[in-house]
Design a protein around this ligand. Sequence first.
Ligand SMILES: C[S@@+](CC[C@H](N)C(=O)[O-])C[C@H]1O[C@@H](n2cnc3c(N)ncnc32)[C@H](O)[C@@H]1O
Length: 263
Amino acid sequence: MTEPPRASVERVAFDRVADRYDETRGLSPEAERAVAELLEPELAVRKPCLEIGVGTGRIALPLARAGVPIVGMDLSVPMLARLRGKAGGRRIPLVLGDATALPFAEAAFGSGLVAHVLHLIPDWRGALTELLRVVRPGGVLLVLQGGRTSLLGDVEDRFRQEAALEDAFPGLDHDVALLDREMASRGAAARSLPTVIERRTVSLSWFIDQMEQAAYSWTWWIDEPTRHRAASAVRRWAAATLGDLDDQREIKSTIDWRAYDLE
Ligand SMILES: C[S@@+](CC[C@H](N)C(=O)[O-])C[C@H]1O[C@@H](n2cnc3c(N)ncnc32)[C@H](O)[C@@H]1O
């Protein structure tokens, strides 16, 4: 009997999707601006900021442009190269490394930023320990866990079901309550920052193609023939239940940052 696919890896570097990351995860210009305006006041008074898993700079670059001193670190050379290419000459210190073993001195930073990363790190508690070591008391950690959008979430669930995927993420699933408890046990109280609404237009056929072509990390544990089979089954199901797959649909999602104040 074959085992169901699951995420059992130590490190999830995004090398293989660096060239299409922004196309599949990019924020609308409005949401990008709103996120930068939301985070800038938190970070401007707690300098400098370290972003672990900075990727292509989706969050870091607008903040750097707004004047926030920010250091980016990531496991992936191609993701950092994309960031560098987009920075247009702006000097942003970038460090290659693993968030569970940060190459920085104790209390070197005033704040930490973690966007869509903890679900990828099996030892996510170790990554938090490292952040709490390098961010000074009185600092803040700003964390964005992945959200769920109703329509695309349903299509994604169906794909996982068709592929019999058991664990989609090696690290902290999108469980904010667990993160709050973990941070509370380390003496850091949680605050919610105001929700940012993101609107984008996509077709279901585009989205199913992206899953089939392994654009998202949770699809990397599914072998290629299974991905093709799952995509065909999801196309049939979606066409029968959701209508024309080529229709452009407005997808509204919420971006909910948590702030953890460090004592
Ligand atoms: C989903 S992307 C998020 C990128 C960026 N934070 C954003 O919101 O667009 C996750 C990034 O985390 C990086 N990553 C995964 N595990 C890591 C680890 N243990 N240490 C550092 N970076 C890691 C990946 O290479 C990838 O660039």
